[in-house]
Design a protein around this ligand. Structure first.
Ligand code: NAD
Ligand code: UFG
Length: 335
């Protein structure tokens, strides 16, 4: 549908955005990227171009800046937006909710207003499994009850609701809401990966800090959950598979709002992750069982068949590849 058309990528220098840019360029798409480097580095844009052997047009700036977005839409014939830009740290969102509502919700409203003005009514949005809150059952289908338990999650649900309201008001809008499960891994070149500006607190980056001795040990948050080994179960998905999901969604955009789970459909426990990472990379991961972290669901993993059925997309890369590629990136980019 959008072959040979220009696609705007917000947050394209970030972890998932940069991998998606590589896949889009490899797929022959023209792309324009906007990012303010709030949680990424300019180097990512160079690497995207290096890996794909193609160039992209880059604007440094904030999506909350309507004048900048006006300029981007005036200078480029944009037919669809893939919207990654936003903050994503749950604990930070609890401490600084206004910052999250401003950046994520207000930023999206500014973007949608400029899109509307320029007649661009197609958006792929980075939603999250967080919109399912504490799920009642797993695997989770797209029809599961929505409910959120922290401000970050609420920003995602509010944006989803805005998309549903806009679509109800004007049937020309096309929205694909991609609900990611737990993205991990890195590009197989070892050149592109997760390179955040702050202190990581997601499992995979913390495992790598423990493996490299940056922290003395990993704390396993709870081993008394009703799961096979007592630790929480999540659906870890390789970031390159996730990136390819965006290309698939772009090729299947249609009027209305569709939500898709992007996950593998497999759940792994915290202890299984530690074991797999240590085995695949031949490293020791010191850990200790600690108390539960507030707000963690025992199990959160996807039923991803809607995406397979409707987008023709299915995750291909397994847990070992995720562990290998994540470690390779860290090893090659030691600071
Ligand atoms: P990331 O922080 O690596 O990427 C986000 C990018 O957006 C960064 O490059 C950042 O600099 C940029 N950005 C932030 N605010 C901006 C603004 N106002 N204007 C311009 N650029 C801005 O995060 P990621 O892991 O790549 O996540 C991308 C999207 O996917 C986010 O919306 C996130 O909430 C969502 N998501 C991520 C996960 C995850 O675990 N990584 C899970 C579910 C959903
Ligand atoms: N965990 C530990 N020790 C740590 C870090 C994490 O035991 O040091 C455990 C957590 O308790 C949880 C599992 O590892 O059981 C995964 O935790 P993450 O923080 O990596 O991921 P979450 O599933 O909690 O959340 C992630 C993103 C959210 C997103 C959600 C669903 O951080 O933004 O996936 O997509 F909403």
């Amino acid at each position: 549908m959008f072959k040979n058309k220009t696609i705007l990528i917000t947050g394209g220098a970030g972890f998932i955005g940069s991998h998606t840019c590589v896949e889009l360029l490899n797929g022959g798409h023209e792309i324009v990227v906007v990012d303010n480097f709030a949680n990424s580095k300019p180097k990512a844009i160079d690497i995207v171009q290096q890996l794909s052997g193609k160039s992209l047009k880059f604007y440094e700036g904030d999506i909350c800046d309507a004048n900048l977005l006006e300029r981007i839409f005036a200078e480029n014939d944009i037919s669809c937006v893939i919207h990654f830009a936003g903050y994503k740290a749950v604990a930070e969102s609890v401490a600084q909710p206004l910052m999250y509502y401003h950046n994520n919700v207000y930023g999206t409203i500014v973007l949608l207003e400029v899109m509307k003005k320029h007649g661009c009514k197609s958006m792929i949005f980075s939603s999250s499994a967080t919109v399912y809150g504490i799920p009642e059952t797993a695997p989770i289908t797209e029809e599961a009850r929505l409910g959120v338990i922290n401000p970050y999650g609420r920003t995602k649900l509010v944006i989803e609701d805005i998309c549903r309201d806009l679509s109800a008001s004007d049937s020309e809008w096309c929205f694909s809401l991609l609900r990611y499960f737990n993205p991990v891994g890195a590009h197989e070149s070892g050149k592109l990966g997760e390179d955040p500006n702050g202190i990581p607190n997601n499992l995979m980056p913390v495992i790598m800090q423990a493996a490299s001795g940056k922290i003395a040990e990993l704390k396993v948050f709870g081993n008394d959950y009703p799961t096979r080994d007592g630790t929480c179960i999540r659906d870890y998905i390789h970031v390159v598979d996730l990136a390819k999901g965006h290309v698939a969604a772009l090729n299947c955009m249609k009027q209305g709002v569709e939500a898709y789970n992007l996950g593998t459909g497999n759940g792994y426990s915290v202890l299984e992750m530690i074991e797999a990472f240590g085995r695949v990379n031949n490293v020791n991961i010191p850990y200790q069982i600690a108390s539960r972290r507030q707000g963690d669901a025992a199990e959160c993993w996807s039923e991803p068949r809607k995406a397979e059925r409707e987008l023709g997309w299915k995750a291909q890369l397994g847990l070992e590849q995720m562990c290998r590629d994540a470690w390779e990136f860290v090893q090659k980019n030691k600071k």
